[in-house]
Design a protein around this ligand. Sequence first.
Ligand SMILES: [Zn+2]
Length: 486
Amino acid sequence: MWKKLFKGLGVAVLALIAVLAFNTWRYQPVTQDVEQVELPVVDVDRLAMQLSEAIQFQTISRRRFPDGRPEDFQSFLDWVQTSFPSATKTMERELINGLTPLYRWKGTGAERPILLTAHYDVVPVQDLSGARWEHPPFGGVIADGFVWGRGAMDDKGALVAMLAAVEVLIADGFQPNRDIYFSFGHDEEIGGAEGASAVADHLAAQDIQLAWSLDEGSAVLRAIVPGLNRDIASINVAEKGYITVDIKAKGEGGHSSLPPRKTAVGELAEAVVALQEKPVPGGLTGVSKEFFDALGPDFPLLQRVLFANQWLSRPILEMALSGSPSTDAMLRTTMAPTMLEGSTKENVLPQEATATVNFRLHPRDSVEDIVNLTQERVGDELEVTLRSGFQRGASAVSRSDNDAFNGLALTFGQVFGDVIIVPGLTIAGTDTRHYSRVADDSYRINPFVMTAKDIPRLHGVNERLSLEDLERATQFYAVLLRNTAQ
Ligand SMILES: [Zn+2]
């Protein structure tokens, strides 16, 4: 009898191995079969000069960062008009709130318009002297194959490449078959209320509904995901939301020489621990599943076995992906306790203690879901309130099976060669949350190659863009418009 049982088990194990192997064998990297096109010739020296000049305007977002030079915003807009003469002559311009230009390139056909956007405000640099910078942050120095300075990647590089692409297309005799809008926001870094949001209102007031929009929010990722050798064009179809919640515990107050067993601070600390021990539920569903499914076949064998056999391995995969902050953030709403406040004196019992927790919402969770979940986790004794102001749910998820997405994917293939195309999720916020009010679908990616070493340069020290990126981005936008507006 035992012999039979072992034999039966042996057969079952062999069958399982066969299934795993078969699924893995079928699970092969997808390569796009794209028709190669001739890339437009662009004048790289001129492009570099244009980005260099753009960086020298100190367009540091106003209001929150008053140390900028407000007059530089207006001069930047004048500079755009004169630096891209055929583009700005061909397109109509409207100024929204005086500082965000909306250009319209009139098309010949009736197909619905599209929108390409970038922003020209920048975040401040910590020390204006730029002591830690290899080149002055607002110098726009061109050296070692890069243009250096604040805004090179985020996001003046994209703006220059878009306008340069229009110039190239005009010189080529290109005529769009649909309206193409370009919007260049002046306040993205402080929320976009007067720029992008007002542009969306302006379009909505004229009953203009865009087929799709394209903005920053991702890049062509190189050697960022361990184990993957091919570059990844993460065309982000959604962005996370942002809320901050205050959790309040109440106490009796009084002198700390006669304390209760648990003070308000202690009670609050337990609540924070309870929250941290149980992350917001997440996993490989929705946009997270789409993202990892697109990457899965390119992983080394062991991981590929897991990705190819998710019917069996999903819990293991989810556990592994939760282990690192960058992949965990793709799976769920993240939670970060960031501030604590208790009594104002060391020997006074707190009458109130507050913990502040910042959440980045995955598209599967609503603001209400997260507030309710927080209340549930910390218990009824504590008061949970949503902070007012800068709070927003996650964006809608745009399609990745339509003409717009396919047009973007095709263009990446034609301009970047062999890249993995994935629909991704932007972890931070972009102006797109405003534009998407008037667009059926919204995509977020700048056609720049980004390595792990480039990420800290964003909003950090030594921001720069390579001449190669600048040239390729210009070609990218030109080919994209040929693919989608001709
Ligand atoms: Zn930006």
